[in-house]
Design a protein around this ligand. Structure first.
Ligand code: TRP
Ligand code: SF4
Length: 327
């Protein structure tokens, strides 16, 4: 049986952190067996928010790909490529833009939310309004049937499906499948300050951090606010450190909860053990990361082959689109 196709992407706007690892990359890695995967550096999408300081995009594109490979993305199984190196994304973006009603975009919850929340950038632009149209172009260029995304991206997937229906109604030719979301199940990782882990909050533990940085960051993590003295009994269910045990040290979870509740263990020791576990998890990634960083030519080759494979598929779709539209 033919494998179903997956497309997913990440915006290269910063170093990757533990949230990317447990929220996205672990999932991508396991999907590689079952699906025909296309993993994309969404550099055009990054430009939509980083246009004032675009040089970071090139800097992080390669760094992110190095992290993907270090975490187990296998270029023999999956197609790894950079969005802007495949022209058809922009062609489809343009074509879809012609028939996507403004209302669909203005109503989009992610758009409204970002406009409200993001204060460090001016996102009141023509390009940013079209963000989900470009995302639809990404997905549909490969006729991806499955798109692994977080919950926050569901509106973009729904818009993609609406674009498919509109295209088929307008041009009376079925070109695209209606892609389905594959929701990532993992719990969202909080940052060291207890808010969502995010570069813009400066609360991340990065995949490229050193042992010392990890010990330091874990040591300042917010714990149970009611546990002030070492002799105070703790409440693991409200503690950020404890929530990390669920992900990085499940086998210790029960025992830690008990010793925390009875004040047998102090937060310093509890954090130290967690940091040890995170480091243990990251060590093999660090080794591979270092290897890949010393093989820049190899990375370029992987991206070149990825581009060629991606281009072949996307160009074919574009031709079908042009034929359907008679343009
Ligand atoms: N918008 C996605 C995000 O912020 C990134 C992305 C761009 C994407 N194109 C995509 C995800 C296509 C899935 C499919 O996470
Ligand atoms: Fe949190 Fe561990 Fe301290 Fe309990 S002992 S409050 S789980 S850090």
């Amino acid at each position: 049986m033919k494998k179903k196709r997956i497309l997913s992407g990440m915006r290269p706007t910063g170093r990757l952190h533990l949230g990317h690892l447990v929220g996205t990359l672990d999932n991508w890695v396991s999907l590689q067996q079952e699906y025909d995967c296309y993993f994309m550096v969404a550099d055009w999408h990054a430009l939509m928010s980083e246009y004032e300081e675009p040089s970071v995009i090139n800097e992080y594109s390669i760094d992110n790909v190095v992290d993907w490979l270090a975490c187990g993305i296998d270029p023999k199984k999956s197609t790894v490529f950079v969005q802007s190196e495949v022209r058809a994304h922009l062609d489809l973006f343009m074509i879809f833009s012609c028939f996507v009603p403004l209302g669909w975009l203005e109503r989009c919850p992610t758009y409204k939310e970002q406009l409200r929340q993001v204060e460090t950038r001016d996102l009141n632009t023509y390009g940013f309004l079209g963000y989900p149209v470009l995302q639809a172009a990404d997905i549909l260029a490969y006729k991806a049937e499955v798109v692994p995304v977080g919950e926050d991206q569901l509106p973009h997937l729904e818009l993609t499906r609406e674009i498919v229906r509109r295209f088929h109604t307008l041009y009376k030719t079925e070109v695209f499948p209606q892609p389905d979301a594959l929701l990532t199940k993992v719990a969202r990782l909080v940052g060291v300050d207890g808010r969502k882990m995010s570069k813009s909050y400066n609360n991340t533990i990065n995949l490229s951090d050193t042992e010392e940085e990890i010990y330091r960051k874990v040591s300042v993590m917010i714990t149970d606010p009611q546990r002030i003295k070492r002799t105070d009994k703790g409440h693991p269910e409200v503690c950020n450190v404890f929530s990390y045990y669920t992900i990085f040290a499940q086998d210790r979870q029960k025992q830690i909860a008990e010793s925390c509740q009875s004040a047998d263990i102090g937060c310093i020791d509890c954090k130290k053990m967690l940091a040890d576990r995170i480091i243990e998890r990251l060590k093999p990634i660090w080794i591979r990361r270092r290897q890949f960083l010393n093989q820049q030519e190899e990375i370029k080759l992987i991206l070149k082959e990825g581009r060629q494979r991606a281009e072949a598929v996307a160009e074919k779709t574009l031709q079908e689109v042009r034929q359907a539209m008679k343009i």
